[in-house]
Design a protein around this ligand. Structure first.
Ligand code: GN1
Ligand code: MG
Length: 357
């Protein structure tokens, strides 16, 4: 670690490095320094998933630069947008002797992340993510897809079909009923790609991983800063709206085995939607707004397909803590999907009400 940290232009002397956070993809550490120097967040980038680190960091630098420019004059800028530290050769990442990629950002003090949120936090999160998208509408740089077709439902279905065909871990028989249930809904769930092909649905710069734990809250309950920017890329707005509600409005964690306790919480939905529309309605098209309830159903469905695909493949993508972890996640997300499908008419009515219709 010392060797890696020495490549970055940091202030102070590192005195302690310890694991941080609960991400399923990268490895994250908190680096404490002595004296008044800031602490840092050190991350080993999962290069098997983010294969183009150059592009990844290009996106992140462009996004943080743009957000920073919009915050000019505001105090506390370093707590509101991530700041990545350059290496001696002017990049925001380096490689170690084993070929691993690392990057370093300033740790945001006096802020917390949550695994679950209440309605009040959800309202602020809605405003923050709507605002995040709104601020990036006029970003001058071109961003690439750090994971090509990341939220492309058609691709996720085809990856599931490939996994089913290979049955690499011999787990197919056990999950055939849920594969069939997914297949029965595949056509309607790929609506976004279809509308995009018809020129009726734009792509915009989105965060694409709006899990509750990817934002930092200040003492006042407001969102200070959106973090985990690896997946910021062009996508449908459904990504950010849908993925937040997938994690925040589920009454239990995404990997809870207590499937009968899965429930879609309306208080969270209503608060988040109010916040989101307050900041996002200034750029959303009528089609995007009308399809927000579809987005709420799309993300549990897509996540279910992704967890199941990984389970069938023998757990090659997500970190797991026990052998059936991905299967438990799959069942949980399927139940959530069913809950959201039942609530679509109610969600449409609520959104129309917010829009004053
Ligand atoms: C991953 O890195 P983390 O844990 O925030 C995943 C998301 C999934 C999520 C499911 C790059 O996010 O897309 O929704 O796990 N990120 C990537 O918990 O695949
Ligand atoms: Mg994360």
């Amino acid at each position: 670690m010392e060797e890696i940290l020495a490549k970055f232009k940091i202030e102070g002397t590192p005195v302690e490095v310890k694991p941080l956070g609960s991400g399923l993809i990268n490895d994250t550490y908190l680096v404490r320094t002595d004296g008044d120097a800031p602490d840092y967040v050190l991350q080993r980038i999962n290069n098997a998933i983010f294969t183009d680190v150059e592009l990844l960091q290009h996106n992140i630098e462009a996004v943080t630069r743009h957000l920073r420019s919009k915050l000019a004059g505001c105090d506390d800028v370093d707590r509101r947008v991530l700041r990545f530290i350059a290496t001696d050769d002017g990049k925001t990442y380096c490689r170690d002797a084993a070929g691993n990629y690392w990057r370093l950002s300033v740790f945001i003090p006096r802020a917390t992340t949550h695994q679950t949120v209440d309605a009040e936090h959800s309202y602020h999160a809605g405003r923050a993510f709507g605002n995040f998208e709104a601020e990036l509408v006029d970003i001058p740089d071109t961003l690439g897809e750090t994971i090509p077709d990341f939220h492309n439902m058609e691709l996720r279905i085809s990856q599931l079909r490939d996994a089913v065909k290979r049955d690499a871990a011999g787990r197919l028989a056990e999950v055939q009923p849920i594969v069939d249930a997914i297949e029965a809904r595949a056509g309607e769930m790929c609506l976004a790609e279809q509308l995009h092909r018809e020129g009726r649905l734009p792509k915009r710069i989105c965060h694409c991983d709006t899990k509750v734990n990817n934002m930092m809250f200040g003492d006042d309950g407001q969102v200070l800063c959106v973090i985990d920017l690896d997946t910021v890329m062009p996508s449908f707005v459904f990504s950010d709206y849908g993925d937040f509600l997938r994690t925040a409005a589920n009454a239990v964690a995404e990997d809870s085995p207590e499937v009968d306790k899965v429930e879609f919480r309306r208080d969270i939905f209503e608060a988040f939607t109010r916040g989101y529309l307050e900041s996002a309605s200034r750029f959303l098209t009528p089609t995007e707004t009308e399809l927000l309830p579809y987005a709420v159903t799309l993300f549990p469905y897509m996540q279910c397909v992704r967890f199941l695909t990984d389970y069938i493949n023998g757990d090659t993508y997500y970190k797991i803590a026990y052998p059936t972890h991905n299967l438990v996640r799959t069942r949980n997300q399927w139940r959530l999907y069913e809950c959201t499908m039942e609530l679509r008419p109610y969600m449409s009515r609520f959104i129309a009400g917010c829009m004053g219709q």
